[in-house]
Design a protein around this ligand. Structure first.
Ligand code: GDP
Length: 446
């Protein structure tokens, strides 16, 4: 994930200052110097860094922090506030029209993630916001572009509009708008053509399209991995077209994150969404405050809670809780639990959101995820009877299950051991409930 290095550096900087009894002009100067280096290392635009440091300095002096206040808290607070401002403190969510379709033009260079994001956006709008969405294919130049978009859109299950690749893109957009009005769509997403770099012909086409369809939003796809280049692209697109927002894709990659931290300040255009993976549900609404606290290493509890709420089937959760209360636990429950965890997202992305969570290495994460997959294959190779009453699984059954799942007997034993631990925990939880919520004395710590 982007920002990892920056987060580590901020943590270190705050730690050094924690030891200071009070803030003095000289220790403040050295903190600012370190923050400056950390931001430049993260590929943040140098002018942005300069102004950011100036603002922190001004505030630090203005707020008379050189008193009894806890220096580290004060610095964190100021840096956090200023980071939020840098990322765009005003609300930048899309405003949907009430009585007519909201028209969104997606623009950007080739490979920036436009097609994928058209799909991700439609999914988010369809599922979370319950919008009726139409997606129009206006990239008639790149071979296969229309097909690729149609596939993505079909996967999401929203409607697709195309007039093939022989009609002028401005006409296609205009006809799509008419359809969106006539058929009462809530949202029309127009996927436009990309180029390898900005060129005049493309810009003219986009300008004509803008004049013709009068979109509510023109959103530019920017690639986090392209660093400061994408900030420059955003600047040019904004000057020529007037953007209402950007969507930064590929923030899951190992970019240093500088583009995300520079783009609002340099262009004045807010980031509205971020792409955090290749899958269709890997698009998040961008919240500057959450991103700031994540960058500062404070975790993002709100995002975690939302993610959990969205993904865990409430009924299932209640059912599981009831069973736990009774101390009942089968291999089916173990599998269900694992599936819920999988639904929430990868273990690593969850752990990253919990403040104070010890960092686990990439190898450890991979190992944990691999183990979960192994368990699933093994449990799937068992009969129903075996899943409900694992105690009947003796040597010959183990042999059969191992053969059926392509694993070893040792692997099967590991699942059974995990099951025993889960069962014990279930019993303890059950008795805890009976004892009025008191933790059992040997309750394992996470
Ligand atoms: P387009 O040319 O602008 O339409 O770009 P595409 O939508 O075809 O995306 C280009 C590549 O980037 C594809 O391989 C996508 O899977 C990938 N991609 C798009 N968004 C993201 C993202 O948020 N994270 C990652 N890791 N890959 C992405």
């Amino acid at each position: 994930m982007a920002f990892e290095n920056l987060t580590e550096k901020f943590k270190r900087i705050f730690k050094t200052i924690k030891g200071e009894a009070r803030l003095t002009e000289s220790n403040m100067d050295s903190v600012l110097k370190e923050i400056r280096v950390a931001l430049l290392d993260a590929d943040v635009n140098y002018k942005v860094v300069k102004n950011f440091i100036l603002r922190i300095k001004e505030r630090a002096l203005g707020e008379k922090v050189y008193t009894e206040l806890n220096p580290s808290e004060m610095v964190i607070k100021i840096v956090n506030d200023e980071l939020i401002k840098l990322l765009g403190s005003d609300s930048s969510e899309i405003k949907y029209n009430k009585n007519k379709p909201t028209i969104i033009m997606l623009v950007g260079l080739q490979g920036s993630g436009k097609t994928t994001t058209a799909g991700k956006l439609s999914l988010l709008m369809k599922n979370k916001l319950k919008k009726k969405v139409l997606v129009a294919a206006c990239d008639i130049y790149r071979p296969g572009a229309i097909n690729q978009l149609e596939q993505v859109v079909n996967k999401v299950g929203v409607d697709f509009f195309s007039l093939g690749d022989k009609v002028d893109p401005v006409d296609i957009a205009s006809k799509a708008k008419t359809k969106a009005y006539n058929d009462h769509y809530d949202v029309l997403i127009i996927d436009t053509a990309g180029r390898l770099q900005i060129d005049e012909v493309l810009m003219n086409e986009l300008k004509c399209m803008k004049d013709k369809v009068e979109p509510d939003e023109i959103l530019l796809l920017t690639d986090a991995m392209a660093g400061q280049d994408s900030v420059n692209v955003a600047k040019t697109f904004n000057e020529l077209l007037g953007l209402t927002g950007t969507i930064m894709s590929k923030l899951d990659g190992d970019s240093r994150g500088g583009a995300a931290l520079s783009i609002k300040e340099v262009t004045g255009v807010p980031i509205k969404f971020i792409g955090v993976g290749e899958k269709l549900d890997d698009l998040d609404i961008f919240y500057p405050d959450r991103m700031a606290s994540r960058i500062l290493g404070m975790g993002d509890v709100i995002s975690l809670v939302e993610k959990v709420q969205e993904n865990i089937d409430e009924k299932e959760a209640k059912k599981a809780a009831k069973k736990l209360e009774k101390g009942e636990f089968t291999l089916i429950d173990l599998l269900d639990q694992m599936k819920q965890v999988k639904k929430i997202g990868s273990i690593s992305s969850i752990l990253g959101m919990i403040p104070g969570m010890p960092k686990i290495s990439k190898e450890q994460q991979d190992l944990a995820e691999k183990e979960m997959k192994n368990f699933e294959v093994i449990i799937n190779s068992m009969t129903y009877e075996e899943r409900i009453h694992p105690e009947i699984i003796k040597y010959s059954r183990k042999q059969r299950i191992a053969n059926g799942s392509g694993k070893t007997i040792a692997d099967v034993n590991r699942v059974l051991k995990k099951y025993e631990q889960g069962k014990m925990l279930a019993k303890q939880m059950g008795s805890m409930k009976k004892r009025g919520g008191m933790m059992p004395p040997n309750f394992p710590k996470f």
